[in-house]
Design a protein. Structure first.
Length: 341
């Protein structure tokens, strides 16, 4: 009898703990404090950087604003925490931030050992190399013996070692923890080569004293699917963050923009009406714990995926990055989202 009572007591305690943990959701915490805390880069033009007034802008910043628009109907209800490569994961693990949107590569180690969850890839990238044109280097295979500036605590550092080893090349790593230290070292001529994600190279080149004196080599030496991340253990929040990204892609595919989103509410297309939350029986929001116009709020306040890409990093931005793999699946790229239904 004592054993039965003890087992029952333990079971009740476990159930109570489980119930308590389940009730302490990220969405509930976010709503209670009234904003989303988003971890971003310390300053990467086009992706996340503050202006002179301290206002953040960029591709990753807009994703955070889109999450706020989905949750609150207001893209301003977000605060930004600038994070280095080294402290980005501890900040998420500890609960200092609610979501990490910091040009972070989705890898098996990060998805498992670090207790993080990735799903929506907001930028398909790959690691590249930037050199001074005066070196007259046309290929990364000509870089044997070069000194290479690289940021520590990144997959970039590991890929660099693998590439040079695989191609029997020698190199001298010049390693720094902070991005601005890497930038300054390369700009000052302390290394011959700068390596990071190719999108980052386009961004960083703009900050150099003489941008036109530098070229980005053609080789892509890795797969770098850049994705927002959340902590494991909260499926609802994981779904919300993932579906915000998918909604932005679906909106572009539907042809729904900031300019026409109100007009599109009158579309005869049932998929579009469902997506915008105007069908009477739709549950696309309530199933997520949001209002049914969450996708409408994203597009109205932030834009679709193509709009966010183009204004921050696309051909009409200072970075002038082509869509490439990040074009929609039906436009020659691989950006593809599950249906919102």
């Amino acid at each position: 009898m004592k054993n039965k009572l003890l087992s029952a007591a333990i079971g009740a305690a476990v159930f109570a703990l489980g119930t308590s943990a389940a009730s302490a959701t990220t969405l509930g915490d976010v709503k209670a404090k009234g904003f989303i805390q988003c971890g971003v880069n310390t300053g990467l033009a086009g992706f996340a950087a503050p202006d002179a007034s301290g206002n953040w802008a960029g591709f990753d910043v807009d994703f955070c604003k889109a999450v706020a628009a989905a949750v609150f109907g207001d893209p301003t209800k977000v605060k930004f925490t600038p994070l280095s490569a080294a402290n980005r994961f501890p900040a998420l693990q500890s609960g200092e931030i609610d979501v990490l949107a910091r040009n972070t590569t989705w890898s098996i180690n990060r998805d498992t050992a670090l207790g993080l969850n990735f799903r929506f890839v907001n930028y398909y990238d790959g690691q590249g190399f930037m050199v001074r044109k005066s070196l007259n280097v046309k290929s990364a295979l000509e870089l044997s013996g070069a000194s290479v500036c690289v940021q520590s605590g990144t997959t970039t550092e590991l890929n660099l070692a693998d590439y040079f080893k695989a191609n029997n090349l020698q190199y001298n790593p010049v390693v720094f923890e902070k991005l601005d230290e890497v930038n300054a070292a390369y700009d000052a001529g302390r290394c011959d080569v700068y390596t990071t994600d190719q999108s980052g190279l386009y961004s960083l080149r703009l900050t150099l004293k003489n941008p036109d004196e530098h070229t980005i080599l053609p080789e892509i030496i890795s797969k770098e699917p850049l994705a927002p991340a959340v902590r494991q253990g909260d499926d609802q929040w994981f779904d919300i963050v993932s579906w915000v990204g998918y909604a932005m892609i679906n909106a572009e595919e539907f042809g729904i923009t900031q300019a026409n989103v109100d007009e599109m509410k009158n579309s005869p297309n049932p998929d579009i009406k469902r997506f915008l939350g105007v069908e009477a029986d739709t549950k696309i929001g309530t199933d997520l714990g949001l209002t049914n116009d969450w996708a409408y709020n994203i597009v109205k306040n932030v834009g679709n995926y193509g709009e966010v890409f183009e204004r921050n990093i696309g051909e009409s931005s200072p970075l002038k990055i082509a869509r490439g793999l990040n074009a929609l699946w039906n436009k020659g790229g691989i950006q593809y989202a599950p249906p919102v239904r």
